[in-house]
Design a protein around this ligand. Structure first.
Ligand code: AP5
Ligand code: MG
Length: 248
């Protein structure tokens, strides 16, 4: 181990073990999940965050929490989100910059839905340089358009805990009641209405898709087939980041 090692914590059962990771290992756990709306970034992000003990930073979730709480940021963002277009870069960049400075990101983080265009990618890279970090892997979850539309139009979300369901692929055990928290408030996201889905897919093609080439050139991009079962996709991602899939 080198002297630049940083302290990180991992949970094993109820015990907390303190061990040391070197800078390279920490960078390996700085992850980006890239993919079109409905590709499964949120679904995989939650599982990976639990398994790897790193925070999932979903800009969409942070923005939705602001909308729900009617903060100034949320009121501004809602107008963009409801139309399926990107919220302005200054808002999301400063939101992520602030989040990455929190202590729980010390041993790694998983960005879900950020960066979403070149400007955001450059801002992220500049911040990571400033704080002596880097990106380990960019995982691109690739799914065909027909499947994306089916997933998004059928998605339902628990308003209370954010758990995701699908009217065909993954229904709650009791119709209309969240398996995770028991809430009866399962709703359809405003931007999952058909006309907004189309707008989001166009925005993805025009603004986010070019990031694949950007990260491919940097040797960081790994494409994953996102059309299989959830567990299989998680396994493929875990292999890429060098963790065994039963590592939990
Ligand atoms: P955001 O919340 O990030 O939405 P998104 O990118 O459009 O992606 P989704 O959350 O819809 O899809 P996902 O890939 O997470 O898929 P999920 O796992 O849920 O952004 C929303 C809005 O916020 C944006 O439009 C923009 O306005 C704004 N915003 C956010 N970030 C921004 C940024 N950086 N800059 C500017 N603006 C920003 O899965 C979808 C469905 O499929 C679920 O029902 C799930 O159960 C199902 N499913 C998942 N995997 C599988 C599988 N393997 N098999 C079958 N079903 C599956
Ligand atoms: Mg999501």
């Amino acid at each position: 181990m080198r002297d630049c090692s940083k302290k990180a914590r991992s949970r094993e059962g109820s015990k907390i073990n303190v061990f040391f990771l070197n800078q390279e290992q920490i960078t390996d756990m700085n992850l980006i999940l890239l993919g079109a709306p409905g590709a499964g970034k949120g679904t995989q992000g939650k599982i990976l965050s639990d398994r790897l003990h790193i925070p999932q930073i979903s800009t969409g979730d942070i923005l939705r929490a602001n909308v729900k709480n009617k903060t100034a940021l949320g009121i501004k963002a809602k107008e963009f989100m409801d139309r399926g277009v990107l919220v302005t870069d200054d808002i999301v960049v400063s939101m992520v910059e602030e989040r990455l400075m929190m202590n729980d990101c010390a041993a790694g983080f998983l960005l879900d839905g950020f960066p979403r265009n070149m400007k955001q990618a450059e801002a992220l890279e500049a911040q990571l340089v400033r704080i002596g970090k880097g990106i380990g892997h960019v995982i691109g979850i690739e799914v065909d358009k027909k499947t994306l539309v089916k997933r998004l139009s059928g998605r339902r979300v628990c308003r209370k805990c954010g758990a995701n369901y699908h009217i065909i692929f993954s229904q709650p055990l009791n119709m209309g009641v969240c398996d995770k928290c028991g809430s009866a408030e399962i709703y359809q996201r405003e931007d999952d209405k058909e006309e907004t889905i189309e707008a989001r897919l166009v925005v993805y093609e025009q603004e986010t898709f070019p990031l694949i080439e950007h990260y491919t050139k940097k040797g960081m991009y790994h494409a994953i087939d996102g059309t299989g079962v959830v567990d299989g996709i998680t396994g493929s991602i875990m292999e890429i980041i060098g963790q065994r899939s039963n590592n939990s």
